[in-house]
Design a protein around this ligand. Structure first.
Ligand SMILES: Cc1cc2nc3c(=O)[nH]c(=O)nc-3n(C[C@H](O)[C@H](O)[C@H](O)COP(=O)(O)OP(=O)(O)OC[C@H]3O[C@@H](n4cnc5c(N)ncnc54)[C@H](O)[C@@H]3O)c2cc1C
Length: 361
């Protein structure tokens, strides 16, 4: 069977894939096994400026001006007034980004990649520019490496929705109950997302999460969970661009993966658009993308070190360290750099027109 040709094929239509797609104006195919915005795996907490900059501010559910960390010996409050965070509606956020793109979306599972063609349950597609945004599984990277791991180290998170309401973003570092990671509660207006993350990648977290939700006197609903990386992987695999969790872009320690996926997705998309316009060669774009990602490797190493230290340090140090980081003379030294990382481009004036021009599968 002859493969249909495109300028670019993007596998995965979540944060990374949508960020790439909204930068492209050629014949672009966007593939995902789920409808866009229908399969949430995240607590969807991010700096408020992110949905605002991307033109999807209507997806915001609640704004948070404080982070409260419950450590063994004390509770520490971080003041986020300068750069508040928010929780958002995954469906609205994702569909809003899709509206800004003119890619053709096709719901299908990608099975394999061989001879520069992407094999899916809906047939075979071919393009000179390929982008793997398929999350921690990295389906194209896996095929390009002929199924040989290892990718970056992985954590595992499990989450449920409850009716518990609150104001801040809450974290618990409580080694007595859960030694190997953190618990969180992110209010979303009418309820909250409550979860546990194992930095060691342990997946059997349901019992611990049920006990934790029980301690809050809240009622869990459905559960969702998945792996997320905690170390930067390779930005390219052969002639494939790799973005988001597939490339280990999720930040270690804080487990913020949405903002890096969007930022590196945007950078990748801008370079690819130049390739499509024949203003840059594919090899040059791959090289430049690798360079832009590698510029952050030191930051990933620092956060990976913080993650390692939190698991291994004596419990009694956790509270004082959190207090030190939140101190009004210390926090301004690191917080602005962290919370502002990854500037994102507003939708172009053409966004509405692009949506009208987008073909559907
Ligand atoms: C419980 C939990 C809570 C989290 N909370 C936060 C948070 O509050 N804030 C934050 O910043 N980060 C959070 N993260 C991390 C964040 O969710 C990820 O880093 C982020 O989703 C990465 O985006 P992505 O687009 O790279 O991958 P994903 O969001 O994983 O998307 C990958 C896409 O690829 C598709 N796909 C995969 N395989 C195939 C295939 N074979 N064929 C077709 N399609 C395929 C999937 O359907 C999916 O749509 C959390 C993670 C977990 C597990």
């Amino acid at each position: 069977m002859r493969a249909r040709e495109y300028d670019a094929i993007i596998v995965g239509a979540s944060f990374a894939g949508l960020a790439v797609a909204r930068e492209l104006r050629g014949e672009v195919l966007l593939l995902d096994r789920h409808e866009v915005g229908s399969h949430q795996t995240s607590a969807c907490g991010t700096p408020l400026w992110v949905p605002q900059a991307l033109g999807v501010g209507e997806s915001v559910l609640q704004v948070h001006r404080h982070v409260v960390v419950h450590a063994p010996s004390r509770t520490v409050t971080f003041d986020l007034s300068d750069a508040p965070y928010c929780t958002f509606d995954y469906g609205k956020f994702s569909r809003g980004l899709l509206e800004q793109s003119r890619a053709r979306f096709l719901r299908t599972s990608v099975i394999w990649f061989a001879d520069s063609a992407v094999e899916t349950t809906e047939g075979r597609f071919r393009a000179p520019c390929l982008v793997d945004c398929s999350g921690w599984q990295g389906v194209l990277v896996d095929a390009a490496n002929e199924g040989v791991p290892p990718g970056p180290a992985k954590s595992f998170g499990l989450e449920t929705e409850t009716d518990y309401r609150g104001e801040a973003l809450y974290f618990w570092a409580n080694p007595e109950r859960f030694r190997e990671g953190v618990a969180w509660l992110f209010p979303t207006g009418r309820g909250s997302r409550v979860g546990l993350a194992s930095y060691l990648g342990r997946t059997k977290l349901k019992g611990a999460l049920q006990r934790f939700v029980g301690d809050l006197a809240a009622s869990p609903t459905a559960y969702h969970g998945t792996y997320f990386p905690s170390g930067l992987g390779a930005a390219t695999a052969g002639r494939i661009f790799v973005v988001g969790d597939a490339a280990g872009h999720c930040l270690p320690f804080t487990a913020e993966g949405i903002r890096p996926a969007l930022y590196f997705g945007q950078e990748c998309g801008r370079l690819l658009q130049r390739v499509i316009e024949r203003a840059m060669s594919l090899d040059r774009a791959l090289q430049e993308y690798r360079r832009r990602v590698e510029a952050y490797r030191w930051a990933y190493r620092l956060l990976a070190l913080a993650q390692w230290a939190v698991i291994h340090m004596p419990d009694r140090w956790l509270g004082p360290l959190a207090e030190f980081a939140a101190h009004p003379r210390i926090m301004p030294r690191w917080w602005p750099r962290y919370s502002r990382f990854g500037s994102l481009r507003a939708p172009g004036l053409l966004a509405g027109t692009l949506a009208k021009g987008r073909s559907t599968a």
